[in-house]
Design a binder for this molecule. Sequence first.
Ligand SMILES: Nc1ncnc2c1ncn2[C@@H]1O[C@H](COP(=O)(O)OP(=O)(O)OP(=O)(O)O)[C@@H](O)[C@H]1O
Ligand SMILES: [Mg+2]
Length: 265
Amino acid sequence: MSTLDIETATVAFGRNRDAVTAVDDVSLSVPSGTVLGLVGESGSGKSTLARAVAGLQPLTGGRILVDGIDIRDRAHRHGRKVQMVFQDPYTSLNPRMNVGASLAEVVRANGSAGPAGVDHAVAALLDNVRLSTATAAKYPGQLSGGMRQRVAVARALAARPRILIADEITSALDASVQSAVLNLVRDIHRELGLTILFISHNLAVVRYLADATAVMYRGRIVEQGPSHDVITAPRHDYTRRLIGSLPTPGEFGDPSRSPVTHPGP
Ligand SMILES: Nc1ncnc2c1ncn2[C@@H]1O[C@H](COP(=O)(O)OP(=O)(O)OP(=O)(O)O)[C@@H](O)[C@H]1O
Ligand SMILES: [Mg+2]
């Protein structure tokens, strides 16, 4: 798939005294086909960084490369290579469009299927996110939160991205649904081999999915490495505090079990 490199990225809002450096000199590398988990408390800059990677937020400094090419390089038409799924699926789905039409819109815009192939592509996308073909006729308001989030994931996949950013995609869901959506992300990663930036304030969730974990604190990456190392030998005080709030291994430690049986802190 694609490698993502974030090089000394900085995003500042406002000017002078009111300036907030939301992302402060961040460098991260996500090798092709791997999952990087990004954790950090509220306001640490995770979403701002994610939006920058998705091309939705200009950088004040530094650069972001996909397969070695700056995302600002228009000649390469990065556009749809990076897709983002947000916490609240309501913001990404048009309530007046049924699921089938909403997916077909992206399939057509992407030119990835001929006229005869659109229905087929929509059915395949629904299958990717484990929704029945009957879901195509439903409107977002008729779906549960978990199903809506599956549709949002399908819509991102419809653009055939190489890099998927998931920004707190389970945070607004009931605990019982969270693990199903996490398992879906894991399955999609296995099936499609996407490079994934998975953002959560919940280290337990990140541990479940991510090959590597980065910890963000006040705009900076204070720790990064293989998830196992970060969790078993944290170097930063903030990471230790995050680990302190993890459920005990007996409750949670078996990776074959679902990661979220209780709501996170
Ligand atoms: N458009 C904006 N204008 C001004 N400040 C902003 C803007 N967007 C974010 N910020 C500020 O940047 C900082 C980082 O915000 P961000 O949303 O990236 O954090 P986060 O880690 O995603 O938090 P959360 O876990 O609550 O989602 C915060 O101080 C926030 O107030
Ligand atoms: Mg956020």
